[in-house]
Design a protein around this ligand. Structure first.
Ligand SMILES: CC(C)(COP(=O)(O)OP(=O)(O)OC[C@H]1O[C@@H](n2cnc3c(N)ncnc32)[C@H](O)[C@@H]1OP(=O)(O)O)[C@@H](O)C(=O)NCCC(=O)NCCS
Length: 187
Protein backbone atom coordinates (compact mmCIF):
# COMPACT_ATOMS: atom_id res chain seq x y z
CA UNK A 1 0.00 0.00 0.00
CA UNK A 2 1.35 3.44 -0.87
CA UNK A 3 1.53 5.59 2.25
CA UNK A 4 0.08 9.08 2.17
CA UNK A 5 3.13 11.28 1.58
CA UNK A 6 2.24 13.84 4.23
CA UNK A 7 1.63 14.08 7.96
CA UNK A 8 -0.90 15.90 10.12
CA UNK A 9 -3.12 18.32 8.30
CA UNK A 10 -3.59 17.57 4.64
CA UNK A 11 -1.09 19.44 2.49
CA UNK A 12 -2.53 19.66 -0.96
CA UNK A 13 -2.43 21.79 -4.02
CA UNK A 14 -5.48 21.80 -6.22
CA UNK A 15 -4.46 22.75 -9.74
CA UNK A 16 -6.30 23.38 -12.97
CA UNK A 17 -8.90 25.89 -14.05
CA UNK A 18 -11.12 25.10 -11.10
CA UNK A 19 -10.27 24.92 -7.43
CA UNK A 20 -6.76 26.34 -7.33
CA UNK A 21 -5.89 26.52 -3.64
CA UNK A 22 -2.46 27.80 -2.69
CA UNK A 23 -1.56 25.02 -0.23
CA UNK A 24 1.94 23.67 0.25
CA UNK A 25 2.57 21.17 -2.46
CA UNK A 26 2.95 17.47 -1.64
CA UNK A 27 -0.11 15.98 -3.24
CA UNK A 28 -1.63 17.66 -6.28
CA UNK A 29 -5.25 17.39 -7.30
CA UNK A 30 -5.77 17.85 -11.03
CA UNK A 31 -8.17 16.88 -13.78
CA UNK A 32 -7.71 13.21 -14.79
CA UNK A 33 -6.37 12.27 -18.23
CA UNK A 34 -6.61 9.12 -20.34
CA UNK A 35 -2.91 8.43 -19.78
CA UNK A 36 -3.53 8.09 -16.00
CA UNK A 37 -5.16 4.70 -16.63
CA UNK A 38 -2.21 2.50 -15.56
CA UNK A 39 -1.64 4.44 -12.33
CA UNK A 40 -5.35 4.48 -11.49
CA UNK A 41 -5.49 0.75 -12.15
CA UNK A 42 -2.51 0.29 -9.79
CA UNK A 43 -4.34 2.33 -7.15
CA UNK A 44 -7.40 0.10 -7.46
CA UNK A 45 -5.21 -2.96 -6.99
CA UNK A 46 -3.72 -1.47 -3.80
CA UNK A 47 -7.17 -0.75 -2.35
CA UNK A 48 -8.73 -3.12 0.16
CA UNK A 49 -11.76 -5.09 -1.06
CA UNK A 50 -13.90 -3.08 1.38
CA UNK A 51 -12.77 0.26 -0.05
CA UNK A 52 -13.55 -0.99 -3.58
CA UNK A 53 -16.92 -2.29 -2.43
CA UNK A 54 -17.79 1.06 -0.82
CA UNK A 55 -17.04 2.84 -4.09
CA UNK A 56 -18.23 0.39 -6.76
CA UNK A 57 -20.60 -1.82 -4.73
CA UNK A 58 -18.40 -4.77 -5.73
CA UNK A 59 -14.95 -5.73 -4.45
CA UNK A 60 -13.76 -6.91 -7.89
CA UNK A 61 -10.12 -5.78 -8.19
CA UNK A 62 -10.13 -4.87 -11.89
CA UNK A 63 -12.35 -2.48 -13.77
CA UNK A 64 -12.84 -3.36 -17.45
CA UNK A 65 -10.64 -1.21 -19.71
CA UNK A 66 -13.59 0.66 -21.24
CA UNK A 67 -15.13 1.40 -17.85
CA UNK A 68 -11.84 2.80 -16.58
CA UNK A 69 -11.52 5.04 -19.66
CA UNK A 70 -15.06 6.37 -19.16
CA UNK A 71 -14.30 7.00 -15.51
CA UNK A 72 -11.12 8.96 -16.20
CA UNK A 73 -12.56 11.08 -19.00
CA UNK A 74 -16.33 10.99 -18.60
CA UNK A 75 -18.35 11.90 -21.64
CA UNK A 76 -20.52 14.07 -19.40
CA UNK A 77 -18.57 15.41 -16.45
CA UNK A 78 -15.06 15.51 -15.09
CA UNK A 79 -12.75 13.36 -12.97
CA UNK A 80 -10.01 14.51 -10.64
CA UNK A 81 -6.97 12.57 -9.46
CA UNK A 82 -4.66 13.15 -6.49
CA UNK A 83 -1.02 12.72 -7.45
CA UNK A 84 1.96 12.21 -5.11
CA UNK A 85 5.36 13.76 -5.91
CA UNK A 86 6.55 10.37 -7.25
CA UNK A 87 3.62 10.30 -9.67
CA UNK A 88 1.54 7.69 -7.81
CA UNK A 89 -2.18 8.34 -7.95
CA UNK A 90 -4.00 7.80 -4.64
CA UNK A 91 -7.50 9.11 -5.23
CA UNK A 92 -10.07 9.50 -8.00
CA UNK A 93 -13.15 11.70 -7.72
CA UNK A 94 -15.75 11.92 -10.46
CA UNK A 95 -18.60 14.28 -11.31
CA UNK A 96 -21.12 12.83 -13.75
CA UNK A 97 -23.19 15.61 -15.28
CA UNK A 98 -25.11 15.45 -18.55
CA UNK A 99 -25.23 19.09 -19.68
CA UNK A 100 -29.00 19.51 -19.65
CA UNK A 101 -29.47 17.94 -16.19
CA UNK A 102 -29.79 20.07 -13.05
CA UNK A 103 -28.32 17.33 -10.84
CA UNK A 104 -24.72 16.09 -10.95
CA UNK A 105 -23.64 12.78 -9.38
CA UNK A 106 -20.41 12.56 -7.40
CA UNK A 107 -18.36 9.47 -6.54
CA UNK A 108 -15.00 9.31 -4.80
CA UNK A 109 -12.33 6.77 -4.01
CA UNK A 110 -9.32 7.48 -1.79
CA UNK A 111 -6.99 4.52 -1.41
CA UNK A 112 -6.75 3.09 2.10
CA UNK A 113 -3.34 4.51 3.03
CA UNK A 114 -4.39 8.02 1.95
CA UNK A 115 -7.72 8.13 3.76
CA UNK A 116 -8.41 10.36 6.78
CA UNK A 117 -6.06 13.18 5.73
CA UNK A 118 -8.71 15.53 4.40
CA UNK A 119 -8.24 14.52 0.77
CA UNK A 120 -11.84 13.32 0.23
CA UNK A 121 -13.19 16.57 1.67
CA UNK A 122 -10.90 18.65 -0.55
CA UNK A 123 -11.78 16.69 -3.68
CA UNK A 124 -15.52 16.88 -2.96
CA UNK A 125 -15.20 20.66 -2.57
CA UNK A 126 -13.40 20.80 -5.88
CA UNK A 127 -16.16 18.75 -7.54
CA UNK A 128 -18.68 21.24 -6.13
CA UNK A 129 -16.79 24.02 -7.92
CA UNK A 130 -16.81 22.04 -11.16
CA UNK A 131 -20.54 21.46 -10.72
CA UNK A 132 -21.07 25.20 -10.27
CA UNK A 133 -19.05 25.98 -13.41
CA UNK A 134 -21.11 23.45 -15.37
CA UNK A 135 -24.36 25.00 -14.14
CA UNK A 136 -25.57 22.11 -11.98
CA UNK A 137 -27.91 23.22 -9.19
CA UNK A 138 -27.69 20.05 -7.09
CA UNK A 139 -25.33 17.21 -6.27
CA UNK A 140 -26.14 13.68 -5.28
CA UNK A 141 -24.30 10.52 -4.27
CA UNK A 142 -25.43 6.93 -3.90
CA UNK A 143 -23.85 5.60 -0.71
CA UNK A 144 -24.01 2.21 1.01
CA UNK A 145 -25.91 2.61 4.30
CA UNK A 146 -22.92 1.57 6.46
CA UNK A 147 -20.51 3.99 4.76
CA UNK A 148 -20.45 6.43 7.68
CA UNK A 149 -17.39 8.29 6.41
CA UNK A 150 -18.91 9.07 3.00
CA UNK A 151 -22.24 9.96 4.60
CA UNK A 152 -20.40 12.52 6.76
CA UNK A 153 -18.34 13.92 3.86
CA UNK A 154 -21.04 16.25 2.51
CA UNK A 155 -21.20 17.95 5.93
CA UNK A 156 -17.41 18.08 6.17
CA UNK A 157 -17.32 19.77 2.76
CA UNK A 158 -19.79 22.42 3.99
CA UNK A 159 -22.80 21.15 2.05
CA UNK A 160 -26.28 21.11 3.55
CA UNK A 161 -27.47 17.65 2.62
CA UNK A 162 -30.63 15.59 2.85
CA UNK A 163 -30.90 11.80 2.72
CA UNK A 164 -33.35 9.36 1.26
CA UNK A 165 -33.32 5.68 0.33
CA UNK A 166 -33.31 4.22 -3.16
CA UNK A 167 -33.16 0.44 -3.65
CA UNK A 168 -31.41 -0.15 -0.32
CA UNK A 169 -28.82 2.56 -0.96
CA UNK A 170 -28.70 5.97 0.71
CA UNK A 171 -29.25 8.83 -1.73
CA UNK A 172 -27.48 11.92 -0.38
CA UNK A 173 -28.46 15.18 -2.06
CA UNK A 174 -27.34 18.76 -1.60
CA UNK A 175 -27.72 22.07 -3.36
CA UNK A 176 -24.63 23.55 -4.96
CA UNK A 177 -24.17 26.52 -2.58
CA UNK A 178 -24.79 29.86 -4.31
CA UNK A 179 -21.55 31.30 -2.93
CA UNK A 180 -19.24 28.69 -4.43
CA UNK A 181 -16.17 30.35 -5.89
CA UNK A 182 -16.12 30.04 -9.65
CA UNK A 183 -12.67 31.09 -10.90
CA UNK A 184 -12.73 33.35 -13.92
CA UNK A 185 -16.25 34.66 -13.28
CA UNK A 186 -17.14 38.03 -11.80
CA UNK A 187 -19.29 38.02 -8.65
C1 LIG B 1 -15.24 8.18 1.80
C2 LIG B 1 -13.90 8.70 1.33
C3 LIG B 1 -13.99 9.19 -0.11
C4 LIG B 1 -13.50 9.90 2.22
O1 LIG B 1 -12.21 10.33 1.85
P1 LIG B 1 -11.13 10.69 2.98
O2 LIG B 1 -9.97 11.27 2.28
O3 LIG B 1 -10.92 9.50 3.81
O4 LIG B 1 -11.95 11.82 3.76
P2 LIG B 1 -11.38 12.95 4.76
O5 LIG B 1 -10.00 12.60 5.17
O6 LIG B 1 -11.59 14.26 4.10
O7 LIG B 1 -12.37 12.85 5.98
C5 LIG B 1 -12.70 11.62 6.55
C6 LIG B 1 -12.18 11.45 7.96
O8 LIG B 1 -10.81 11.86 8.08
C7 LIG B 1 -10.64 12.70 9.23
N1 LIG B 1 -9.55 13.61 8.92
C8 LIG B 1 -9.54 14.59 7.98
N2 LIG B 1 -8.31 15.19 7.99
C9 LIG B 1 -7.58 14.55 8.93
C10 LIG B 1 -6.25 14.71 9.39
N3 LIG B 1 -5.43 15.62 8.90
N4 LIG B 1 -5.81 13.89 10.36
C11 LIG B 1 -6.60 12.95 10.88
N5 LIG B 1 -7.89 12.74 10.47
C12 LIG B 1 -8.35 13.55 9.52
C13 LIG B 1 -11.97 13.34 9.36
O9 LIG B 1 -12.17 13.81 10.68
C14 LIG B 1 -12.90 12.21 9.03
O10 LIG B 1 -12.96 11.39 10.17
P3 LIG B 1 -14.06 10.27 10.38
O11 LIG B 1 -13.76 9.16 9.41
O12 LIG B 1 -13.90 9.88 11.78
O13 LIG B 1 -15.38 10.92 10.07
C15 LIG B 1 -12.78 7.63 1.47
O14 LIG B 1 -12.68 7.26 2.80
C16 LIG B 1 -13.00 6.44 0.56
O15 LIG B 1 -12.57 6.44 -0.58
N6 LIG B 1 -13.67 5.39 1.07
C17 LIG B 1 -13.89 4.16 0.30
C18 LIG B 1 -14.69 4.40 -0.98
C19 LIG B 1 -15.97 5.16 -0.70
O16 LIG B 1 -16.58 5.00 0.34
N7 LIG B 1 -16.38 5.98 -1.68
C20 LIG B 1 -17.61 6.72 -1.60
C21 LIG B 1 -18.58 6.22 -2.65
S1 LIG B 1 -19.67 7.55 -3.17
Amino acid sequence: MTAMPMRGRARLTVVGAVGADEWPSHVRVRVARAEDAARVRAMHERCSPETRRLRYFTSAPRLPEAALSRLLVPEHGVSLVAVAPDGAIGALATLFHPASEPVAEVALLVEDGWQRHGLGTTMLRSLVEHAAVRGASDLRAHVLPWNRRMLALFDRAGLVSRRGYEDGVVLVEAEVPPGVRVPGRCA
